[in-house]
Every structure is written in structure tokens, then in C-alpha cells.
Design a protein around this ligand. Structure first.
Ligand code: NZQ
Ligand code: ZN
Length: 385
């Protein structure tokens, strides 16, 4: 196991009715900016609960944060935060709103060109407004991590940032808020959280038994309850297990002491930035091909994954690895997330722009072995046509 330091102070309020706890978390004299997306929280009753919990405070609202939140939109929110001298931000929505809120928290206190925050991946953030989250889509783990991913629409750059200053002070996870998710978003969340585990698990063995078995538990839970949530959108237990699994998948816990890959995510971000695909769709496209190309480097963990997650114990090693990759693809497809570029109307002509963006954004090759070069990404995407 590698050495690590783990610290995650986000307070979690989990369960039905927990939105009311916001009133304990946000100071009574706070000036609060509530941020939300395209309106789902206005329709499903979540915003009504938030407004009730914030009663008595000076509350401002900023709606219209897009899926894959736009830098341009968020600058307007940061301007409003400054103009109204807001001192607390509350994100109400999915990962895009949470990420957008994190960026606003940093940008509102940043003196230079705010795009530099993304160029520097958040390393230059020295302060941010305090923030909390009500998360309504289990997927990103943004509610308990220090990451945000922001898209500059004008240049089609989608870049991640990471700063301890934007860790949520608290997050509310009420599974009932996810009952209203359309099937596509339920499926996206399942695929995304599954992929977060794989990015930290499917690398090479370092003898980290706790992290491995924790990761396998999350994968098994998502495999089991993903289809249940699709079939029964108001099944509280399935929604609750998926919600907690998504948070635990990307709150740095299973990252402790193990290598991380993240090449699938970074290639995927370029596909979203350039062609507008849903985040989860990009992951479902890239991963099976990446595993095929990197099967030698990932051999030990692929065999472990095959056995412990899918129960594949027969056949030679190559056959077991093939079967594990096929089962993974089949799971994504069964959730309704297609796994080929052609399924999204893209062909080989889409690939050079992706490799060019990767070259611009990531001077060092990607992956746990730093061997996923732009050329390797092109090979992976060609296999995914
Ligand atoms: O905008 P509204 O109207 O709220 O509708 C949203 C949106 O259209 C809808 N939705 C959310 N909760 C709902 C709901 N509809 C009905 N009922 C509900 N309860 O779902 C749509 C998608 O929402 P979005 O927030 O974009 O989805 P998600 O949570 O999957 O977030 C995706 C974004 O997060 C980034 C992705 O790159 C992408 O930009 N990620 C963030 C990460 C992080 N912060 O650690 C890690 C991830 O790997 C990911 O990159
Ligand atoms: Zn993701």
C-alpha cells in the first residue's frame, strides 16, 4: 500500500427529510446565494424545502446552470455573489450545479482572470466562499470532494479543478429527491459512479486489501441496484444505496494508498467539450476499448475484477479478461448508455480534434503508468467506433 494522508471534513446529512437540517448549517445572519440548474428542483419540491429551511436569511437565487456547467454562466453568478455581498453558497441540483457552485465560490474571491483557475487546475485558489450542497443526482461525488469540472463554451475546453477550499461544509443526501430523475440521468449516474470506482481500482495491485474490497463492495452495490432504480424509480432502498455508493466512490476514501488511472475521464471530457455528449456516455464509450488496449498493464486487477465482481473463474486468463470487459460493456448497455461512438453519430473524423485537445490540456501522458499518450487515445477511440 502506498502512503497517504486522508482528511475529509464534509458533514453529511443522509435520508428523507434531511433538507430541513440546512437551517442548522447555514448561519442565521448569512447572506445566501442559492444556485440551481434548469428547473428540475422547482418542479420536484426540493426548492420549496430549501426555501423553508433558509427562512429568515437574506436569500438570493441564481438559476440556469447548464449540465456540464459553463464558465460564462458562472461568471454571472460570481458577479451576483460579489454585488450582493453574499457570504454562503448553496448548491441545489446535480453534479453540474455543485461543480458550478464550487467554481463560483473560488471565482468570487479571485482577483485575476478567473479562467486561470481552470488553467492551473485550482492550484492557485487560496480562498473561497463557504458552500453547502443538496445533491439531487447520485453520480459525481461532488457533494463530498474538492473537484469541479467546468466548460468554456466559447472554446470547447472542459477542464477539471481541485482545491481544498471548495470542499462543501456540508451536504444533504435525501434519496427521495432522486425519485424524479428521468431514466437517462439515473443511468448516467450509475455508469459515472461505477466508473469512478474503476478509475481507482482497475490499475495494478499494491496490496491495498481494504481499498480493493471496499471498491468491490461499491461495484457490486451499483451493479445490483442500478437496474432496480431504473425499473422502480421510487424504490427508496435502491435510490439510497446508489446515492451513498456514488458519494463513497469519489470522496477520496478508496483513493487512499492506491494508484489512480483517470485516462477514461480525461478523454471523455474532450468528447463532451467538443461534441456535447453526456459525461457518462463518454465513459461508456472509452472504457471498454481502453481496457482492451491496456489489458497487459492492467492484467492483475482485471483478473481480480473478473473473479470478485462478476464471479468469472473458468477459462484461461485471456478469456476471463475478455469476459470481464464484455460484462462491463453489457452492464452499461443494459442501463441504456450506449458504448460506441457511432451510437452518438460520431465517426473517425471526430478523433483528431480529441487528440489535439488532449495535447493542449495534458502535457504529461495519462493513466496510472503515464502511458496513455494522445496517440494511444486515438487508438482507443478508433477501437470504440
Ligand atoms: O438542470 P436541471 O433542471 O436541474 O436538470 C438536471 C440536468 O438536466 C437533471 N436532474 C438533476 N437532478 C434531477 C434532475 N432531473 C430530475 N430530477 C432530479 N432529481 O439531470 C440533468 C443532468 O444533471 P447534471 O448535474 O449535469 O448531472 P451529473 O450529476 O451527472 O453531473 C455531471 C457533471 O459533473 C461532472 C461532469 O463532467 C459533468 O460536468 N463531474 C464532476 C465530478 C466531480 N465534481 O468530482 C466528477 C465526475 O467525474 C464528473 O466529471
Ligand atoms: Zn465521472
Amino acid at each position: 500500500m502506498q502512503s497517504f494522508t486522508y482528511w475529509n471534513p464534509t458533514r453529511i446529512h443522509f435520508g428523507k427529510g434531511q433538507i430541513a437540517r440546512i437551517s442548522d448549517e447555514v448561519p442565521a445572519d448569512a447572506r445566501v446565494l442559492v444556485l440551481y440548474g434548469g428547473g428540475s428542483v422547482l418542479k420536484n419540491g426540493v426548492m420549496d424545502q430549501v426555501r423553508t429551511a433558509l427562512a429568515g436569511r437574506a436569500v438570493f437565487e441564481f438559476g440556469g446552470i447548464e449540465a456540464n456547467p459553463h464558465f460564462e454562466t458562472l461568471l454571472n453568478a460570481a458577479k451576483l455573489a460579489r454585488a450582493e455581498k453574499v457570504d454562503f453558497l448553496l448548491s441545489v441540483g446535480g453534479g453540474s450545479v455543485a461543480d458550478g457552485t464550487k467554481f463560483v465560490a473560488a471565482a468570487a474571491l479571485y482577483d485575476g482572470d478567473p479562467w486561470d483557475i481552470l488553467v492551473e487546475r485550482g492550484r492557485n485558489v487560496t480562498a473561497a466562499l463557504p458552500l453547502g450542497c443538496v445533491i439531487t443526482l447520485p453520480a459525481t461525488g461532488s457533494e463530498m470532494n474538492r473537484n469541479a469540472v467546468i466548460t468554456r463554451a466559447s472554446t470547447q475546453d472542459k477542464l477539471p479543478m481541485n482545491s481544498v477550499h471548495v470542499l462543501p461544509r456540508f451536504s444533504v443526501l435525501d434519496p427521495e429527491t432522486t425519485f424524479s430523475l428521468p431514466p437517462r440521468q439515473t443511468a448516467n449516474g450509475v455508469v459515472d459512479s461505477f466508473m469512478h470506482v474503476l478509475e481507482q481500482y482497475l490499475t495494478y495491485p499494491v496490496g491495498a486489501k481494504v481499498q480493493d474490497r471496499f471498491a468491490e463492495g461499491l461495484l457490486l452495490t451499483i451493479l445490483e441496484d442500478g437496474p432496480v432504480a431504473l425499473a422502480e424509480p421510487t424504490n427508496y432502498q435502491a435510490r439510497a444505496n446508489l446515492m451513498w455508493a456514488a458519494t463513497m466512490a469519489l470522496n477520496d476514501l478508496i483513493a487512499c494508498g492506491v494508484p489512480g488511472d483517470w485516462a477514461t475521464h480525461r478523454i471523455g471530457h474532450e468528447l463532451t467539450g467538443l461534441y456535447g455528449l453526456d459525461h457518462a456516455a463518454t465513459l461508456a464509450i472509452v472504457l471498454p476499448s481502453l481496457l482492451t488496449v491496456k489489458r497487459a498493464q492492467k492484467r492483475g486487477k482485471l483478473l481480480q475484477y473478473a473473479e470478485r465482481v462478476f464471479g468469472i473463474t473458468t477459462g484461461d486468463e485471456e478469456a476471463r479478461i475478455d469476459a470481464a470487459i464484455a460484462r462491463t460493456r453489457a452492464f452499461f448497455e443494459a442501463m441504456g448508455v450506449r458504448t460506441r461512438l457511432a451510437d452518438y453519430g460520431l465517426d473517425a473524423t471526430a478523433i483528431p480534434a480529441v487528440t489535439e485537445k488532449l495535447r493542449q490540456h495534458w502535457p504529461v501522458p495519462l493513466g496510472e503508468h503515464r502511458d496513455v499518450t494522445p496517440e494511444a487515445a486515438a487508438e482507443i477511440l478508433t477501437l470504440a467506433l
